[in-house]
Write a protein that binds this ligand. Structure first.
Ligand SMILES: Nc1nc2c(c(=O)[nH]1)N[C@H]1C(S)=C(S)[C@@H](COP(=O)(O)OP(=O)(O)OC[C@H]3O[C@@H](n4cnc5c(=O)[nH]c(N)nc54)[C@H](O)[C@@H]3O)O[C@H]1N2
Ligand SMILES: Nc1nc2c(c(=O)[nH]1)N[C@H]1C(S)=C(S)[C@@H](COP(=O)(O)OP(=O)(O)OC[C@H]3O[C@@H](n4cnc5c(=O)[nH]c(N)nc54)[C@H](O)[C@@H]3O)O[C@H]1N2
Ligand code: SF4
Ligand SMILES: [Mo]
Length: 687
């Protein structure tokens, strides 16, 4: 028996644990006490992160679809088929989706493959559905699109304002730091349409309507300015744009009375929230999908920045705009340039110098993709349906849009218009069912690599067992495919470390990192530009990453969501997660200890709404939107605001995304997964 220390493959908190290996097979998880992130503690997903690994359902051989059915194929045949097909398309007819589930090395390889081998500009991944608003919003006001502080220093906060993050269920080991702060006397304010397990620990709960975040924050800022609680020195020294911001938030629209009406939060609670937050001296904001997944996602994000600049809560421990990144390696996949506008470390593809740097370093004899921005995943789906023939072929690594993208009927239609679809995954998922070729990948326990957590901490995965059957690591598959297409020389790597070193040499914020340095329990936070640089746990200490070093305050007028409840679809539907399940369920639903806790989906509704609909707890109802309908069990609970309904999106049999709207933030192109309109129909059984 041996222990292999590794990093959790689920959320962006980045906890470490040991995999227990018995006779060459992973059989358990044991605590790893020395991690400064989780100090040996784990949430249920980490605790059971071994259960799906040796599931009999793991993909073990390449599969090629023949006459509508998958047949097993050799690697050689499968790769040759893909290589021939890929070569038959023009660069712009191909697109790639990388993966926030896999390592930095895998994502770097995919980015290089897309831009260098296929020469396409179209590469993206699920960050689009997640924190695209953060990347765009924070880069615009601070010059860097990442969480400003580290997880540990949340415990130093005197007031933690959690808005649109169910921290205790979705980042449980960050929730632990909130409890530490609270134990030391900090006040916790929670803004959400639902009283979640996170909300139950709060000192003040602002239960508001989905989509009214800007109104709430502008209202709080008006109170702060009216009472002179703003941090004048910080604004003066470190920010631009205060007058514009002030002009907006002082408008009558954001009077306490109006804000209470629009948000549905009693006026006295808004006032208390503003006072606690502004006067604590050390206030942190924690936010996640409740803020980002809106047509006004970027506006929401900028509003959190406004509030922090106004009160001077940046650049010190216990403060900050803490965007809690979701997937284990979504920060890393973005850092690796798995986005349609950048190479690694946000070096813009339209920047001539950056384009030349990668062209010269990679040495593709026939050049790389032109220096123009490509399509976002949400835009790809629209292009597929609206401009037939423009995109013809898609290569997906570790993503399941057939459950996770909005408006699934539209997604299915889009994917079906493709001439050629390749899916590389560890399980046969709903998207892979539609593929022409499916490639079996190794999972986190079967490969070395690195992943970057929400606090920009880059940590190691270590191989603990061999992959099942003929499955292979993702970058190895990509490199073999590149070789089949005549680009073996550009993908010469023998180990993950070699991939990392090549990446680091082109990526300033990772430039000083090596596997050896990352092997320490505390690993390293980027930016770490040189071999002797200690890494950077807190951003924006002295100045922001803007050209003049100053943060940018912006006037953000409040706008409603794209689709508001009306007489035909009278309820506001919001969606999200459960502590027991992970996204599209490929892993957690194959983990018996997790699946038995919440084996299928439900719709939460307020008792008053249930009564008016004549629906009882546990009864099946039909939830209907302008996009489609599902049958789902009602969970009647007074924890949800009247007029709002909630569905977790994990379950294919009652998929929330059949109902959601495919409306996008104009800048970030993130879909409005947190607000659409539905009606509920009681199912009357015919006897
Ligand atoms: N157990 C588990 N943990 C996870 C995941 C998982 O699938 N399962 N996924 C990971 C990923 S990728 C991500 S991105 C994170 C997401 O983490 P969270 O953002 O915490 O997850 P959600 O449940 O999507 O949404 C958070 C809260 O937003 C509230 N909300 C809904 N509408 C609004 C609104 O308009 N405004 C505000 N302010 N709040 C609103 C919801 O009621 C919900 O409580 O979790 C990560 N952790
Ligand atoms: N309605 C609604 N929809 C949402 C959201 C919401 O809140 N509401 N949240 C959105 C958010 S924030 C996110 S992040 C997305 C997530 O959306 P997805 O990324 O599509 O969801 P996952 O289930 O995490 O899918 C990842 C796939 O990767 C595979 N995989 C795991 N490890 C590996 C590996 O090492 N290699 C390979 N090749 N494959 C691997 C898994 O089996 C799975 O099929 O969902 C979005 N969709
Ligand atoms: S909090 Fe996140 S990283 Fe930590 S054990 Fe749970 S799922 Fe894994
Ligand atoms: Mo996410």
């Amino acid at each position: 028996m041996k222990y292999v220390q590794t990093t959790c493959p689920y959320c962006g908190t980045g906890c470490s644990f040991n995999l227990v290996v018995v006779e060459g097979k992973v059989e358990g998880v044991a605590p790893y006490q020395r991690s400064p992130v989780n100090e040996g503690k784990l949430c249920p997903k980490g605790t059971y992160a071994y259960e799906f690994i040796n599931s009999p359902d793991r993909l073990k051989k390449p599969l090629i679809k023949k006459d509508g059915k998958f047949v097993e194929a050799s690697w050689d045949d499968a790769l040759k088929l893909i290589a021939d097909k890929f070569k038959s398309y023009r660069p712009d007819e191909c697109a790639c989706l990388a993966s926030a589930r896999t390592s930095n090395e895998d994502n770097y390889a995919m980015m290089k493959f897309a831009r260098g081998v296929l020469k396409t500009r179209h590469i993206d991944h699920c960050a689009r559905l997640c924190h695209a608003s953060t990347v765009a919003g924070l880069a615009n006001i601070f010059g860097s699109g990442a969480m400003t502080n580290s997880i540990g220093d949340i415990a130093e906060s005197k007031c933690v304002f959690i808005i649109g993050s169910n921290t205790f269920e979705n980042h449980p080991l960050i929730g632990r730091r909130v409890m530490e702060a609270k134990a030391k006397g900090a006040k916790v304010i929670y803004a959400d349409p639902r009283l979640t397990p996170t909300g139950k620990q709060a000192d003040l709960f602002l239960q508001f309507y989905s989509g009214t975040d800007v109104c709430l924050m502008n209202g709080m800022m008006q109170i702060i300015i009216k009472n002179g609680w703003e941090n004048k020195e910080f604004i003066e020294k470190r920010c631009n744009g205060y007058e514009e911001l002030k002009k907006e938030v002082m408008k009558d629209d954001y009077s306490l009375e109006n804000v209470a009406k629009v948000t549905g939060v009693p006026a006295d609670k808004i006032k208390t929230a503003a006072e606690w937050f502004a006067k604590s001296g050390t206030s942190a904001i924690l936010y996640s999908m409740g803020i980002t997944q809106h047509t006004v996602g970027v506006d929401n994000v900028k509003s959190t920045g406004n509030l922090q600049m106004l009160t001077g809560n940046l650049g010190r421990p216990g403060t900050g705009v803490n965007a809690l990144r979701g997937q284990n390696n979504v920060q890393g996949a973005c850092d690796m340039g798995a986005l349609p506008v950048v190479f690694t470390a946000y070096q813009k593809v339209i920047d001539e110098a950056a384009h030349k740097k990668f062209t010269d370093a990679w040495k593709f004899p026939d050049g790389i993709a032109e220096g123009k921005n490509g399509y976002e995943v949400t835009v790809m789906m629209d292009v597929l349906t609206e401009k037939p023939g423009e995109l013809k072929c898609l290569y997906i690594m570790g993503e399941n849009p057939m459950i996770s993208d909005p408006d699934l009927t539209h997604v299915k239609h889009a994917l079906k218009t493709l001439e050629f679809l390749v899916v590389q995954d560890i399980f046969m998922n709903e998207t892979a069912e539609l593929a022409d070729v499916v490639l079996p990948a190794a999972c986190y326990a079967e490969k070395d690599g690195t992943q970057t957590s929400t606090e920009r901490r880059v940590q190691m995965w270590r191989k603990a067992q061999n992959p099942p059957g003929e499955a292979k690591g993702d970058w190895e598959i990509i490199a073999s495919l590149a070789a089949k297409m005549g680009y073996g020389a550009q993908f010469p790597w023998k180990t993950s470390e070699e991939v990392f070193n090549e990446m680091a040499s082109l990526t300033p914020s990772y430039g000083g990192m090596t596997y050896e340095r990352l092997s320490k329990p505390e690993a390293l936070h980027w930016p770490c530009p040189a071999k002797d640089h200690p890494g950077t746990p807190i951003l924006h200490g002295e100045k922001f990453g803007m050209p003049d070093g100053k943060g940018l305050m912006t006037a953000i007028p409040f706008k409603y969501q794209a689709e508001r409840p009306d007489k035909d679809y009278p309820f506001l539907l919001t969606t999200g997660r459960s502590i027991w399940q992970w996204h599209t369920g490929t892993m957690t639903r194959r983990s018996a200890s997790l699946e038995r806790e919440e084996p299928t989906g439900w719709i939460e509704m307020n008792p008053e709404d249930a009564k008016a609909l004549d629906v009882k707890n546990g009864e099946k109802v039909k939830a209907v939107s302008r996009r489609g309908e599902i049958e789902i069990t009602a969970r009647v609970t007074d924890t949800i605001k009247k007029g709002v309904m909630f569905i977790p999106f994990h379950y294919a049999e009652c998929a929330a995304n059949v109902l959601t709207i495919n409306a996008l933030d104009p800048v970030a192109k993130i879909p409005e997964s947190k607000a659409s309109a539905v009606k509920i129909q009681k199912i009357v059984e015919v006897k």
